[in-house]
Design a protein around this ligand. Structure first.
Ligand code: ZN
Length: 214
């Protein structure tokens, strides 16, 4: 049972929880959240985020499957356990002030692409019209770099790699984790969904190109 701190209006929590649950159900239908994997969150206010509870089937989420965490990833007002990768969500909210929604999925395309590009450590997208779906990109002629970080069960290592990329001043709109999946975000649910769908499409195109030119 989620108890709400005085800083969170019930209507605000309900709005965030419903938006997360709806997005998760739709992404599950696409097959991007197999076997209870993937996690989703939304910034509730400066100090708190709503995030999926660990281990729930993402195709069947309701309001009761969403919980509050602070920006260090600790549960607030509940004994439920947040998704194992919550630290990556709260890092995005700490480091990227415009991020209001963080989406993490494990589609087949994302998983295969992450393996294929792991050695280079980056997917370099160039020449695709759909790059314009990423906020700030206005032409297919731009270069969109999606880093691929090594997978680990030790979240602080991943947090460090993401920090290092950002500290180097490189643009970051999403990242892949090797053999695992993708993280992306947006200023609202619609933008985060657009980014996720565009990247899924672009990674699929890169895989097809390699298949056809082999
Ligand atoms: Zn994951």
């Amino acid at each position: 049972m989620q108890e709400l701190p005085s800083s969170v209006e019930p209507a605000r929590f309900a709005l965030c929880a419903d938006a997360i649950a709806e997005a998760a159900r739709e992404l599950a239908l696409l097959g991007w959240t197999p076997a209870t994997s993937s996690n989703f969150s939304m910034r509730v206010n400066e100090e708190l985020a709503a995030v999926t509870i660990s281990g729930r089937d993402k195709g069947r989420l309701g309001r009761e499957d969403i919980m509050l965490v602070d920006m260090a990833g600790h549960a607030v007002g509940t004994r439920a356990r947040p998704s194992a990768e919550t630290e990556l969500h709260t890092q995005a909210y700490r480091r990227l002030p415009h991020a209001q929604v963080v989406l993490h999925t494990h589609s087949r395309t994302q998983s295969v692409a992450s393996r294929l590009f792991a050695r280079e450590g980056v997917v370099r997208l160039e020449g695709w019209e759909l790059q314009k779906a990423i906020t700030g990109y206005t032409t297919h002629a731009s270069v969109l770099e999606i880093p691929v970080f090594p997978n680990t069960q030790h979240m602080p290592e991943l947090v460090e790699r993401v920090d290092a990329w950002l500290d180097a001043g490189k643009p970051l709109h999403a990242y892949l984790i090797d053999g695992h999946g993708i993280y992306t975000w947006g200023a609202d649910m619609a933008e985060a969904r657009r980014h996720l769908e565009a990247l899924e499409f672009l990674l699929g195109c890169e895989l097809d190109l390699r298949r056809l030119s082999a």
